[in-house]
Design a protein around this ligand. Structure first.
Ligand SMILES: NC(=O)c1ccc[n+]([C@@H]2O[C@H](COP(=O)([O-])OP(=O)(O)OC[C@H]3O[C@@H](n4cnc5c(N)ncnc54)[C@H](O)[C@@H]3O)[C@@H](O)[C@H]2O)c1
Length: 346
């Protein structure tokens, strides 16, 4: 089989620390033909650093020489670049979140259908060992019908103080769209993507807006901090499942990080981090934590392999664009609910 010819668009942090090194490990299956960045110096220095033959400022100039693109630009550009690449007949791996709005996601899905090309989104938590194990537990029936799902993506004081993460226009939001989206995606995948019917959400940023904050991940200007740093939401699904979401970059809790999806079902329950199955037996209550789970620690390689396999028709893609669209649709409703001060229905 011919090697997949790949180009990367937006070669900042995640492209240079995850995607390029991972694709270089898969050199028997792919060739990185070119990189592109709106910052021409960045494009050429990244190309030189990784021995990539070509660098472009205008991404469309490389479309004729590649089969697939990895898009790692700020969120605002995900939709327009995906649609341009699909229109040129390319497969697309786009970083999370899929886009800023549900309407943009819809346009991306329809461009992918029209082109008949793979579109996958960088929800890499699904490729981690514990979530994969949790998916198998859900499929086994040990949990049964999910009743209440708790989703936590909570950091005490880790506002990303670099790049454009606190820029609302470019990113569309803060802790929820950047970090909470991962665990929300994971939870929806585990419970089989039921239809959301109603959302109540509240977004905060009082901490990051006040001067002199302690922050563990660099520094930011509180006067220009436009996005959320802490969000809570309650989501109701058709079929009766409810989901409680809490996500933050910054808050005043005692823990450094709390990251988990906990599902309480009709038959049993599970926690993803650490992977634990909770059940009642013989009049007693048990929590059994996995002692060993097969798989890779780093999800980067299995994520890239799944995308390459899907492009080459060898395997189904794990993260489908319709599923990532659902995550973005819920996030959009949480922000809408915050602005309106009421719950909102789908
Ligand atoms: N999966 C994850 O856990 C994860 C982690 C970090 C970032 N991300 C996502 O990756 C994306 C990029 O994040 P990052 O941390 O690498 O940001 P970054 O700021 O480090 O890099 C973004 C790059 O895109 C370039 N760029 C900006 N606008 C462009 C345009 N219109 N066309 C081409 N290039 C453009 C910038 O010059 C920069 O080099 C974001 O969507 C972010 O949410 C995902």
């Amino acid at each position: 089989m011919n090697k997949l010819r790949i180009g990367l668009i937006g070669v900042g942090g995640i492209a240079t620390t995850r995607h390029i090194p991972t694709l270089l490990k898969l050199a028997d299956r792919v060739t990185i033909v070119a990189v592109s960045d709106i910052d021409a110096n960045r494009a050429s220095s990244v190309a030189a650093a990784f021995n990539i033959p070509k660098a472009y400022q205008n991404y469309e100039e490389m479309f004729h020489e590649i089969d697939a693109v990895f898009i790692s630009t700020p969120n605002k550009f995900h939709a327009e670049i995906t649609i341009a690449a699909m229109t040129a007949g390319l497969h697309v791996f786009c970083e999370k979140p899929m886009a800023l709005t549900s309407a943009e996601c819809e346009a991306m899905v329809s461009a992918s259908k029209q082109a008949g090309k793979i579109l996958s989104i960088g929800y890499h938590y699904r490729f981690m060992k514990e979530p994969k194990g949790a998916k198998r537990i859900m499929a086994s029936g040990a949990v049964g019908n999910p009743l209440v799902v708790r989703v936590q993506a909570i950091r005490r004081r880790k506002v990303p103080g670099w790049g454009v993460f606190t820029n609302k226009e470019l990113q569309g939001g803060g802790s929820l769209i950047d970090y909470g989206c991962h665990l929300l995606d994971l939870s929806l995948w585990l419970i089989g993507h039921p239809e959301p019917v109603e959302v109540m959400g509240t977004a905060y940023n009082a901490l990051s807006r006040s001067p002199g904050q302690v922050n563990q991940w660099g520094s930011f200007n509180p006067d220009t901090f436009e996005v959320d740093d802490h969000v809570t939401a309650y989501i109701k699904f058709a079929g009766g499942t409810s989901l409680l979401l809490e996500t933050s970059w910054s808050n005043n809790i005692k823990e450094d990080v709390i990251e988990n999806v906990s599902i309480s079902g009709e038959k049993g329950g599970l926690d993803v981090f650490p992977l634990t199955v909770n059940y009642a037996k013989e009049g007693m209550l048990f929590n059994s934590e996995a002692a060993w789970i097969p798989g890779e620690e780093d999800p980067s390689l299995p994520q890239a392999e799944n995308f390459i396999n899907a492009c080459q028709g060898l395997e189904e893609q794990l993260v489908k664009p319709e599923e990532a669209w659902k995550v973005s649709a819920i996030i959009e409703k949480i922000y809408e609910s915050t602005n309106l001060g009421t719950s909102v229905r789908f």
